[in-house]
Design a protein around this ligand. Structure first.
Ligand SMILES: [Zn+2]
Ligand SMILES: [Zn+2]
Length: 200
């Protein structure tokens, strides 16, 4: 469940009962087969307790929650004041998207161009060696291939914050998830990242 005011997802934690994490704390995302509307993602996330746990997040929460565009029961139980904040957030997000700004983007290496995405296109995330940035594997919504970028945590966590320059691994990743997972950490910790500009 996503909380628009703190910008965090809430999950159960065996040690703390409940924990709040940002999108960049996610480590792995996988859409569960079968479920139709809304579809559900199985995620692995790095918890503040030091362990990694599994959790479930709906597609709506994942892609629309950070934009304040999520509706439904969650806000029905909230105060009128929060409803107003949510309405304002939604309006701002909608206007920015209409004006051609994208909440999230990445650089597709096989296509050699930036592409707009939503968080459900994130596939694997891992902190880089120096912890100052995050390695992300993204499945391109247009060509379906997987690219690995090196970005700031803000690039992942803050909608409409797109790093002007990001690192791109010059490597074409296998389309099948299992092999991509294997190659991800190898490439993340050994490969050279080439800088690309992210203006869409
Ligand atoms: Zn925990
Ligand atoms: Zn692509």
């Amino acid at each position: 469940m996503y909380d628009a005011l703190t910008g965090r997802f809430t999950f159960p934690c065996p040690a703390r009962g409940e924990t709040r994490v940002t999108l960049s704390d996610f480590r792995q995302l996988e859409r569960l087969p079968g479920a139709a509307h809304p579809s559900v993602f199985h995620v692995l996330f790095a918890c503040g307790c030091g362990e990694e746990h599994e959790g479930l997040v709906t597609h709506d929460d994942l892609d629309w929650g950070p934009l304040g565009l999520q509706g439904g029961e969650f806000y029905n139980v909230m105060t009128a004041q929060l409803d107003r904040v949510v309405a304002e957030l939604s309006d701002v997000a909608a206007r920015r998207i209409q004006a051609g700004e994208w909440p999230w983007s990445f650089f597709c290496y096989p296509e050699e161009r930036p592409r707009p995405i939503f968080p459900s296109s994130f596939f694997l995330l891992a902190p880089a060696d120096d912890r100052s940035s995050v390695g992300i594997a993204v499945r391109c919504p247009v060509c379906g291939s997987i690219s690995v970028n090196l970005v700031s945590a803000e690039h992942v966590d803050l909608p409409f914050h797109n790093d002007t320059e990001i690192g791109v691994v010059e490597h074409v990743f296998p389309a099948d998830a299992e092999r991509a997972v294997e190659e991800f950490s190898d490439e993340l910790y050994s490969a050279r990242f080439d800088a690309r500009r992210l203006s869409l």
